[in-house]
Structures are given as structure tokens and as C-alpha cells.
Write a protein that binds this ligand. Structure first.
Ligand code: SAM
Length: 249
């Protein structure tokens, strides 16, 4: 079977996350903070039917299982290894169910009172369309909450890559529906080397635009330019969103 370019990008991304399930937590301190902030937006619901998209090792899952003890939480990720890691972390929770799922292809026949996703939709092939599709899986009165990297995520690093004609192959996250708020956090990595090590440790290294091959010397050039111009500091641009079911409860 031949995969389309979009499917190839997605399966490579899935495999990268799968390979890093064991090291993710060690490198993902910022993702943990973001999940905590998103959890502050969780609505009070009695015994809801909840779907989590892209659980990873479970930074947001922990909040969901504690908050909705009387509900049913379907915890999913596109990478089976992430689902396994998350399941191992929360094996004892009676309200948890686990499944491998592509969040851009949610089950047709199920409806959820709450759908949540932290730092995942930026990996969708089409984030805006994916969010609308998830919204259509809400039960009447249901809510969809998400956090994602915004268009200026690590803009200092992307600009250095772009200057060498290596555009990162980012799907668009500007103009996503339901924007609640955004934040920009500057992170002092100390160097491009440390920044890349952190991204790689979580599995979150971006592919380059189609047909581009980054040689070690070009990569070194971008790293040197980043260190010189930005002194090892880069910005995490994060957006938080909330969408409601088209049908009121
Ligand atoms: C940056 S991690 C975030 C994990 C977790 N939500 C957290 O906050 O730590 C992104 C996760 O999304 C998953 N993912 C990426 N694309 C996905 C998709 N289309 N459907 C479901 N999961 C996806 C990856 O496998 C990975 O576990």
C-alpha cells in the first residue's frame, strides 16, 4: 500500500512519539505546566462521558481521572506505546478506558460531554478541520477544550531555519476556532543544542518541508546563528481554546 505524503508525515510523527514514550516525562516539563493550566478550565460535570485525544504519558489524564471520578474517561493516543505508558501510570483507575485512536478520525457513533486535548492538535494534518470534526462528536451541551502550540511557537528557531531556506513543515494553527487566550513564555535553553535535545527527548522534532535534506553543516549553521542572535532563548507560544456543541443541551 502507498501512503499519501500527509499520511507518511503522520506515521513518522507517530513513530517518533512511540520511540520516546520512555523519555517523554524527563524532557516535557513545559507540557506538564500547560496540561495543569488547561485543567483549570475543566468544567464541573457530574458523571460525564469524556474523551481525551493524545494522552501521551498522562499529564492531563491525571486531572481528568481525579476530577471525573463518577464519569467514564476514554483515554486515547495515536501512538500505541503512549497509550501503554499512560495505562501503566493509571492502571488502578476504575473510570479509565484506553484506546489507540487518531484524533482526526474520532468514532462516528460515539458522543461525548467533554473532549480534551493538550499539545496535540498542532500535529494534526489539518488542525481547524480536526477540531470541527471533534466538535461534531460532542453530545448536546458538550464542550471541547484544547491547548496547542501557536503559530509563533519557537519562532526564533524557525526563523533561523527559514533563513537557510529550511521551512519547518508546520500545519497552520493561526485562526483556529474557539480561541480563549494565548500566552508567550520565553525559555532560556542556553543553546540551540539544548533546545533540540529537549524537543528530541519528547519525540517532538518537526519534519522539514517536502524534499529537504538538512546536512550536518547546515544544521550547525542554524544552531550557531540561533546562539549568536538569541543567546539560547526561545518563545513558547501557546493557545488555549474552547468550543461548544452546535446543539445546546
Ligand atoms: C506533545 S505530546 C502531548 C501529550 C500529552 N497530552 C501531554 O500534554 O503531555 C503529543 C501527543 O499527541 C499524540 N498525537 C499526535 N497526533 C495525534 C493524533 N492525530 N491523534 C491522537 N494523538 C496524536 C502523540 O502521539 C503524542 O503522544
Amino acid at each position: 500500500m502507498t501512503l499519501s505524503p500527509a499520511s507518511q508525515t503522520k506515521s513518522r510523527m507517530r513513530d517518533r512519539f512511540a520511540r520516546h514514550a520512555a523519555t517523554y516525562d524527563r524532557h516535557a516539563r513545559l507540557q506538564r505546566d500547560i496540561a495543569d493550566k488547561l485543567a483549570a478550565d475543566l468544567p464541573a460535570l457530574d458523571a460525564p462521558n469524556v474523551l481525551e485525544i493524545g494522552c501521551g504519558t498522562g499529564f492531563l489524564t491525571r486531572h481528568l481521572l481525579q476530577r471525573y471520578r463518577r464519569g467514564s474517561v476514554l483515554i486515547t493516543d495515536i501512538a500505541p506505546e503512549m497509550v501503554a505508558a499512560c495505562r501503566a501510570n493509571f492502571a488502578a483507575a476504575g473510570n479509565a478506558r484506553f484506546a489507540v485512536l487518531d484524533g482526526e478520525a474520532p468514532p462516528e457513533d460515539a458522543r461525548f460531554d467533554l473532549i480534551v486535548s493538550s499539545m496535540v492538535v498542532q500535529w494534526f494534518d489539518d488542525p481547524a478541520r480536526g477540531l470541527e470534526r471533534l466538535r461534531s462528536r460532542l453530545a448536546p451541551g458538550g464542550v471541547l477544550l484544547f491547548a496547542a502550540s501557536g503559530p509563533d511557537f519557537l519562532v526564533e528557531w524557525s526563523n533561523e531555519m527559514r533563513a537557510l531556506d529550511f521551512a519547518l513543515d508546520d500545519p497552520p494553527t493561526e485562526n483556529l476556532p474557539g480561541l480563549l487566550r494565548e500566552e508567550r513564555t520565553t525559555v532560556d535553553y542556553g543553546s540551540a543544542r539544548a533546545l533540540l535535545a529537549e524537543l528530541r527527548g519528547t519525540g517532538a522534532a518537526r519534519p522539514l518541508g517536502a524534499g529537504k535534506r538538512l546536512t550536518p553543516s547546515r544544521l550547525r549553521q542554524a544552531m550557531e546563528a540561533f546562539d549568536k542572535r538569541h543567546d539560547g532563548v526561545a518563545t513558547w507560544h501557546i493557545i488555549y481554546g474552547r468550543l461548544e456543541s452546535a446543539i445546546q443541551g
